[in-house]
Design a protein around this ligand. Structure first.
Ligand code: GLC
Length: 434
């Protein structure tokens, strides 16, 4: 359970709602996903060439931070090291980093500076696994690697927490224990070594040190200990026990987070909006991913969708940033008015984000609280509310042409906090539901 100190630290994050995830590294030069070293089974000497070919543009960090702002994100999370072990930051622990290879610069420094300049909170993604260790794949054959693997994680995380000023989020990824994987059967099976991730990587000690260096930091749940928030991936599912959670998602339906050349299976801006609002109504955050190109520039197809979301958020921000979930349907899949869209609520106000634009009228049903008035959020245009049988309300006056490019949001004012109308029996068939 979250303590009040945790709640205090989480306050800005819960209000921020939307973050932008950035999967970017030397693998971006190949434009076939972030796990290409393993998926294409590339020997180390081949992969090193890629790091030397990686030559990001000077303005990449500003460019990306501008995109986050245009999208309406309040924080960003950058892959400072993915499973390939390549560090975008300067590190004393390993020469396989951005300063010693192609870029010749500390890219994490450029990123944190660009984000801070725009008032974005700064998140650092860090993969605990590093596939470059022989001992990761073959612990029995390379036992000397094991303590080094753990020490490298502790040292690199300490560098990230020490050298870049205030860091708001530490976003760990995969903390699989050596020996649990093989290139043929890639999965995170329990390791034959025995210890859990938290035991092997000494995660409690690691995170205690992180919190000492960065007392305000938020840490996700992927180091083997629960920490501050959960991370459902590619789906929107609330964590149990009222724990804070953030759904992370790609635009691509296929399993790539870093850039790919010509993606045929992308979500439209409308689909992204759908998942985003689903996260917000269920009380979670939404971390939406981009995979910039090798230069560090946002792909035109991503830019278009993200800008559309940003435009929509500007016109409809109250439906997101003044609300903290949905008091009507409580995250249930098939709640009141679910065939129209999704509710977000605050006090006696409900916002209904419409996922289709009804012809002439729509009906608010199964919602108690006594509906008083309705309007279009983005334009302020008042709508007419007429009470019908079965405690329903017909809303009329919608303009013929949809007022918003993506989804239109209705603002509904109730007398009392709106809630699901509990009912049973057959009276509704006679129009007598009370
Ligand atoms: C999955 C992917 C990994 C990505 C991560 C983001 O674990 O395999 O590449 O970084 O999701 O949450």
């Amino acid at each position: 359970m979250d303590t009040s100190a945790t709640q205090q630290r989480l306050k800005w994050w819960r209000e921020a709602r939307l973050g932008m995830f950035i999967h970017w590294g030397c693998y971006s030069t190949l434009c076939r996903g972030e796990q290409v070293i393993l998926r294409d089974l590339m020997p180390l000497h081949e992969y090193t060439k890629i790091a030397n070919d990686f030559k990001p543009a000077k303005d990449w960090a500003d460019h990306i931070a501008d995109q986050a702002v245009r999208m309406g994100a309040r924080y960003t999370v950058l892959t400072t090291r993915h499973h390939d072990g390549y560090c975008l930051f300067d590190t004393k622990t390993d020469g396989f980093n951005a300063v010693k290879t192609g870029p010749g610069r500390d890219l994490v420094r450029e990123y944190v500076e660009a984000a801070r300049k725009r008032g974005l909170k700064v998140g650092l993604y860090y993969s605990i696994v590093n596939w470059r260790w022989r001992g990761f794949w073959d612990p029995a054959g390379y036992p000397d690697d094991l303590p080094k693997i753990v020490q490298q994680v502790h040292d690199q995380v300490a560098e990230l927490m020490t050298n870049y000023g205030k860091i708001d989020i530490l976003w760990y990824d995969v903390s699989a224990v050596p020996g649990g994987n093989s290139p043929g059967s890639f999965g995170y099976q329990p390791s034959p070594l025995g210890p859990t991730s938290a035991e092997f990587y000494r995660s409690a000690e690691l995170n205690a040190k992180v919190r000492q260096l960065q007392p305000h930091i938020l840490i996700n749940n992927r180091s083997g200990t629960p920490e501050d928030f959960g991370t459902p991936e590619q789906h929107v599912t609330a964590d149990s026990d009222d724990r804070a959670w953030e759904a992370c998602m790609t635009k691509n339906f296929a399993p790539n987070w870093a850039c790919v050349n010509h993606s045929v299976a992308d979500k439209s801006a409308g689909q992204v909006l759908f998942h985003m609002m689903d996260a917000f109504r269920k009380g979670g955050n939404f971390l939406f991913n981009i995979g910039p190109d090798a230069q560090g520039h946002v792909l035109p197809r991503d830019r278009e969708a993200l800008d559309q979301i940003g435009q929509w958020l500007k016109r409809n921000s109250d439906a997101v940033f003044t609300t903290s979930g949905d008091s009507i349907t409580h995250g249930r899949g098939q709640g009141a008015c679910y065939h129209y869209g999704m509710f977000t609520t605050t006090g006696t106000t409900a916002y209904l984000t419409l996922f289709f634009y009804p012809r002439e009228y729509l009906v608010i049903s199964k919602v108690g609280g006594n509906l008083k008035s309705a309007s279009i959020l983005s334009t302020g245009q008042p709508l007419q509310v007429q009470r019908l049988s079965n405690q329903r309300y017909r809303i009329t006056g919608l303009p013929l042409k949809m007022p918003d490019e993506l989804a239109t949001v209705l603002k509904l004012e109730f007398e009392k906090p709106p809630h699901t109308l509990e009912w049973s029996g057959a009276e509704w068939l006679e129009g007598q539901l009370t």
